[in-house]
Design a protein around this ligand. Sequence first.
Ligand code: 13P
Length: 252
Amino acid sequence: MRKPIIAGNWKMYKTMGEAKTFVDEVKGKLSASDVDAVICSPALYLAELVQMAKGTPLSIGAQTMHDKEEGAFTGEVSPTMLTDIGVTYVILGHSERRQYFNETDESVNAKVKAAFAHQLTPIVCVGETLEEREAGETVSRVSDQVKKAFQNIEGTDAVNAVIAYEPIWAIGTGKTATADDANEVCKEIRSAIAALYDREIADSIRIQYGGSVKPENIVELLSKEHIDGALVGGASLDPASFLKLVEAGVHE
Ligand code: 13P
């Protein structure tokens, strides 16, 4: 039985004050154990939010990181720094990072390795463009991204990763993949993991769907066999909306 995981990706939104108000509002309303609830905030707020969420079921994650422990990389945040302040999750290879910040399958792989080396749970994002979908390349593209992200990662680590399937055309557009479509691709991702490792690991790894998820569509998405949670942008910014999303996971 895979535990549902609902993660909010705040992207570059909220002031520090707004971030703190959000965590204050949600932390007491989450019940432990049935679902993992994560907020991935801008790096600047991580230390403060980790302190605020301490002892509550809410976990705090970063939205990206460098793969090196330290060095002359102006503006970057390292895995060592994240672990040091108590961050437990990190989103890696988000399509916006790939599109605007030149992240590649190779750099994502280096970061996934670094995450495991520092006891961080990576949320590894994969997804196809509209062009790729229309050309019938969704499964090959996404499987290839999975294969490359997990290159030279031991199965004992891989099983603890979270994979987020986010079709790029569905992000922030209001267009959601149908639940059946999303489930089908998540099933293929599971097969790609089975091919890389084995069936047991494939059956244990958690796969989220992301792309215009909101309280109105999450129940149907989570009802699908291969969808174990959601990575949510816009609808994770409001406390009431985030709580509804987590609640849908509890009832899964
Ligand atoms: P939206 O939920 O705003 O479409 O964003 C999805 C996303 O990119 C989450 O990482």
